[in-house]
Design a protein around this ligand. Structure first.
Ligand code: S3P
Length: 173
């Protein structure tokens, strides 16, 4: 694929629930390269969960760790990296990804995102009285920023992980 030829990491960006981790794993398997989830790498380094980091150290601290981890992952050769939903928002992260990787936005609509996150309580940003409303607001704020990614895949509600991964591979070809 073009990305593999360029030897650059493919970086999946997009909202919570857009499928970055599931698609990232499947994509790495198909490309025969490594996969890293930046949230998991942060948790490993901090030895505690994202929710605990938010509660104990605050979002600002989490964002600083996220930038460090992302930068490190971008230097480790061709691979698939899935990011947390907020990672692409910081200009310095976008610049780092543009310089050293290729960003691919998994663009899913509100209904699909909500369906995927509604039963999970692991996302600190959605611990609000109206989590669906919060998700909608975040999506509106963030869409124009995600749209800066050079590659975009529009998620289709009924599609399996395999089908979506095929479509991602076609985008990268
Ligand atoms: C966040 C998304 C989460 C995680 C953190 C903040 C966000 O990752 O990084 O809770 O700002 O959208 P996922 O997108 O993997 O849920």
């Amino acid at each position: 694929t073009r990305a593999a030829r360029l030897g650059r990491p493919v970086v999946l960006v997009g909202m919570m629930g857009s499928g970055k981790t599931a698609i990232g794993k499947a994509l790495a398997a198909r490309l025969g390269c490594g996969f890293v989830d930046s949230d998991a790498a942060i948790e490993e380094a901090a030895k505690c969960s994202i929710a605990e980091i938010f509660a104990r150290d605050g979002e600002k601290f989490f964002r600083a760790r996220e930038s460090e981890v992302l930068s490190r992952l971008l230097d480790a050769g061709p691979r698939v990296v899935s990011t947390g939903g907020g990672a692409f928002l910081a200009p310095r992260n976008r610049e780092a990804i543009a310089e050293r990787g290729v960003a691919l936005w998994l663009d899913a609509d509100l209904d699909l995102l909500w369906e995927r996150v509604r039963h999970k309580s692991t996302r600190p940003l959605l611990r609000t009285p109206d989590p669906r409303g919060t998700l909608a607001r975040l999506l509106e704020e963030r869409r124009p920023i995600y749209a800066q990614a050079p590659l975009r895949l529009i998620a289709r509600p009924g599609d399996s992980i395999d089908t979506t991964t095929d479509r991602v591979l076609a985008l990268l070809a």
